[in-house]
Design a protein around this ligand. Structure first.
Ligand SMILES: [Zn+2]
Length: 530
């Protein structure tokens, strides 16, 4: 006990000492960094800046294997120009994607304090304004604008550090950031935690404390490396982006100019796009969704991450009864299936976010009072079809996943979620998880059945297909999106659906999808049989 007491008094003394370095210590870290970067006067003299470079990006939660290696998404070129007096910035992109399919998007982003614009096509999931504009363009949603402004400031090291120096009242103490056993003293500033290299004094990484729909509370870091001198101002020419310590992007600068002449026309935006542009969002911004969907080029730029608020009528989720007691949740970019059993409900897929799940849970409560969700089936582990899983598990449901996915979801459900904007904090670590080795059947007291089958497919390991025998209805996600016209030739995903149906000996009339709507099975079978 004495030894413990002694330890505590040492700890208390250390705490006092670290407090004693207090605010002035924080200012000292900022001042030292600004001096190491060239001094406040040199940083303040930067009026315009231009840079070129490349970036490689990976998406960890679109892996082939649940919890497996990240998916390489794109290798791209960018050309940045910023005017610090008007606080306008523009990036011209050539994004060369390899996932989910090979394609190149060439587009520009213009960001001002008031609004953000995208000129060109930057994603497969285009919103109504982009589709209606000729040439394609749209104003950024408030969510994307706030995200782009945050990331632009994070990457503009000289701007960020100068702002910290000029606004000492907004700088507060932060715990050291420890990386690879090494401690980096840090301060907080406007949502950023900036850590400094104890040797050089230069900023070493800029962290935000984000919420990720899969991994919950996450650290999102930009590391600052390979500092180079440009006429007395130091700029980090290489950066890594880390999500909970995993590198998901590597950025290399190939060119940088301080105070180049900048044509203000480059920040101009067509009047039709300028009209009605959103202001930056305040409050809860789903930063990780906005950033990470852009990494694979399928971000739909909308005020609601679930659906296009610029669609005719304002868009929105709705339940569509496609067979007795079988409700397809449609109206958004991602669907789920809600099936009524005698005493409870079953949900297939938990897409996007807990906010979307909350909408479905509330709709289910009013439609089927007294019937809790007892089973949640996930077709596969990708973030866009599982990000709302917690929202469905609040009534004591069992989670059903394909072979090889249970350990991954055990880790996911044990992750801390104190920053979840859509659910109060609760413990999901003991949620029962059932792993389906081949098939599984859920039967209610009146004999209604839902079967799930593990299927071979080119999209993700451990994928499940749903089957409701009395409705002759199947459910698949990402390998077939029923509804839109079938391609002229079958692709491996479509072939996988037909093979899984044959293997299970099913006679489907229709399929509903995690994307699209629902459609007859016969035309798919005919296409694949050709
Ligand atoms: Zn997927």
């Amino acid at each position: 006990m004495k030894r413990l007491a002694a330890l505590f008094s040492v700890l208390a003394l250390l705490a006092l000492l670290s407090c004693a370095t207090g605010p002035s210590g924080d200012q000292e870290l900022v001042k030292r960094a600004v001096d190491a970067m060239g001094g406040a006067d040199a940083l303040a003299a930067i009026k315009t800046i231009s840079a070129k470079g490349t970036v490689k990006q990976w998406e960890p939660e679109q892996s082939d294997v649940p919890g497996g290696e990240m998916r390489f998404a794109n290798e791209s070129s960018w050309d940045f120009v910023g005017d610090r007096t008007t606080r306008a910035a523009r990036i011209d992109w050539e994004k060369r994607f390899v996932y989910p399919s090979p394609r190149t998007f060439t587009f520009s982003e213009i960001v001002t304090p008031e609004a953000g614009y995208v000129i060109g096509v930057d994603a497969n999931s285009r919103n109504a304004q982009s589709l209606q504009s000729n040439p394609p363009a749209h104003s950024m949603s408030s969510l994307r604008l706030a995200t782009t402004q945050r990331e632009t400031l994070r990457a503009s090291t000289t701007s960020l550090l100068l702002a910290m120096r000029n606004n000492p009242e907004r700088v507060s103490p932060a715990a050291d950031i420890v990386v690879g056993g090494r401690s980096y003293p840090a301060v907080s500033y406007q949502g950023f935690v900036v850590a400094f290299d104890p040797q050089t004094g230069l900023p070493d990484r800029v962290r935000t404390l984000d919420y990720d729909s899969v991994w919950g509370d996450v650290n999102y870091d930009l590391t600052l490396e390979q500092w180079r001198d440009f006429g007395g101002v130091k700029i980090p020419m290489h950066r890594k982006t880390e999500l909970n310590g995993r590198v998901i992007a590597e950025t290399a600068f190939t060119d940088l100019r301080i105070n180049p002449p900048v044509d203000s026309a480059r920040f101009e935006v067509p009047a039709t796009i300028r009209a009605g542009a959103a202001k930056p969002a305040t409050g809860n911004v789903p930063y990780q969704w906005v950033i990470r969907r852009q990494i694979i080029g399928i971000y739909m730029d909308s005020e609601n991450v679930s659906y296009d608020t610029r669609a005719a009528g304002g868009g929105g989720l709705r339940l569509q009864e496609i067979a007795p007691g079988v409700h397809h949740v449609v109206g958004g970019t991602h669907n789920s299936l809600l099936v009524e059993m005698s005493d409870y409900l079953v949900v297939l897929d938990a897409p996007v976010s807990d906010a979307q799940s909350n909408w479905v849970v509330n709709a289910a409560r009013s439609r089927f009072p007294g019937k809790p969700i007892r089973w949640v089936v996930l077709t596969h582990h990708h973030m866009d079809h599982t990000g709302g899983v917690r929202g469905y598990l609040t009534d004591g449901a069992t989670l059903v996943v394909g072979q090889g996915a249970a350990a991954h979801f055990r880790r996911v459900l044990a992750a801390p979620t104190t920053r979840n904007p859509d659910l109060t904090v609760r413990d999901f670590s003991r949620v029962p998880i059932m792993e389906v080795p081949e098939s599984h059947v859920i039967t209610d007291s009146r004999g209604r059945q839902i079967m799930v089958y593990l299927m071979d497919n080119p999209h993700a390991k451990g994928m499940l297909m749903g089957w409701i025998p009395d409705a002759k209805l199947g459910f698949v996600t990402d390998i077939w999106s029923p509804g839109p016209p079938l391609p002229p030739k079958p692709n491996p995903g479509l072939v996988a659906v037909v093979n899984a149906v044959k293997k299970a000996g099913l006679q489907p009339a229709r399929f509903a999808g995690g994307h699209g709507s629902s459609a007859d099975y016969a035309s798919l079978e005919k296409l694949v049989g050709q």
